[in-house]
Write a protein that binds this ligand. Sequence first.
Ligand SMILES: NC(=O)C1=CN([C@@H]2O[C@H](COP(=O)(O)OP(=O)(O)OC[C@H]3O[C@@H](n4cnc5c(N)ncnc54)[C@H](OP(=O)(O)O)[C@@H]3O)[C@@H](O)[C@H]2O)C=CC1
Ligand SMILES: N[C@@H](CC=O)C(=O)O
Length: 428
Amino acid sequence: MEELKTLKIGLLGSGTVGIGVYKLVEAQREEMPHKIGANLSVKKVLVRDKTKKREGIDQCLLTDRFEDIIEDDDIQIVVEVMGGIEPARTYINAALKAGKHVVTANKDLIAEHGKELLDTASEHGCDLLFEAAVAGGIPILRPLKQCLAGNHLSEVMGIVNGTTNFILSKMTEEGMEFSDALMLATELGYAEADPTADIEGYDAGRKVAIMASIAFNSRVTFSDVYTEGITKITSRDIAYAKEMGCTIKLLGVAKNTPEGIEVRVHPMLIPSSHPLAKVDDSFNAVFVHGDAVDDAMFYGRGAGELPTASAIMGDVIDVARNIQFHCNGRISCTCYKELPIKKINEIESKYFLRMQVEDRAGVLAKIADTLGKHNVSISQVIQKNSRDNMAELVVITAKVKEQNFSDALADIAEMETTKKVSSVIRVY
Ligand SMILES: NC(=O)C1=CN([C@@H]2O[C@H](COP(=O)(O)OP(=O)(O)OC[C@H]3O[C@@H](n4cnc5c(N)ncnc54)[C@H](OP(=O)(O)O)[C@@H]3O)[C@@H](O)[C@H]2O)C=CC1
Ligand SMILES: N[C@@H](CC=O)C(=O)O
């Protein structure tokens, strides 16, 4: 009987995700001949520090020289799980130019330089797949690009960052402090190497840019996305949300409107009965609306070692099948439109506004009057008398353009009777 060939992988990085990928390649060893008609193994692993112990990975596979991978003709598949823009961008371009297929989980890179890399892949007849870059273990990019290709998609929105969802869940359900919840998310391998990307909403913004580009067939980069993180959300905001029958979640929203593409990431108060309110811990969920499919929802683990490795392995197996059938490089960039991007000031929302004001007659009327001058209607007011002649005032507005609301807010903040604007959160 003819001996099966072995497809070799060069792994760039062996942190949380890299170790997960290595484990899955090993765990799937027996299955591969059946799934892809070949064996699959990791031949080399690029790291910065070769002396560091890596769970389950043979020390002799480690290298700190990219040349050991790029110059190895045996390696046909490169899996990039280092993160960051450089040197990942240079390495991926080099691998594609050398005819190697690439699988990456790097949303920073794809959201910024996706077109360049996809073009390089196309020119060299190579595959470049990045399912793990969005929503960890949830299959979402392939469904958007392939399964739902027969639709005009008008909306993709949801929870796409595991770390912030974990933090908000812990703060809401267990009263945990923000910093303790972040530390735990980092220990569990959910957070980025620099967690600022998670908590400031940049990571979710990159994911929304990637999803919008694929869903709407028009290039959206990270710089197009309005981002606001969760660092200003306090336990007091969470308590008010609960009192109002709501939960605070960090949402990513992408809409294809007649005036252009709307792309934003920010915290939002959503009714506790809404399905997204029940997405807790490191889970993510993405809603998609298309003219043919109507509504579809995708749910699963958005971060962590094995869920992310699961998405990468799916891509690796796809690449391996393409190698076996000599059909790599089939899927190229699908951004054939150039749609405008809407400015955040043009977008309409309802707002939750919490402030500290002087506790005396006429203050609320003056605030209502100022909001009214900017065409901002009030739909609910909660006032709590605190101490020292100061009151905490919460105003929920009706739906209004961001520009009107921010103009009104600037005037309110200037008032002598306003001591502090504590929180502004959009309401679903
Ligand atoms: N963690 C998660 O849940 C998810 C992560 N991702 C993405 O996957 C990628 C990897 O994430 P994660 O595993 O968490 O990151 P880690 O920080 O845990 O691991 C990064 C790995 O890359 C290596 N590395 C970094 N820079 C270099 C370099 N210049 N040269 C050689 N090796 C380098 C590090 O080596 P050394 O160990 O020697 O320092 C380390 O092994 C990122 O793009 C991330 O955004 C995507 C989805 C989910
Ligand atoms: N830091 C990211 C990891 C997965 O993309 C997250 O928390 O979602």
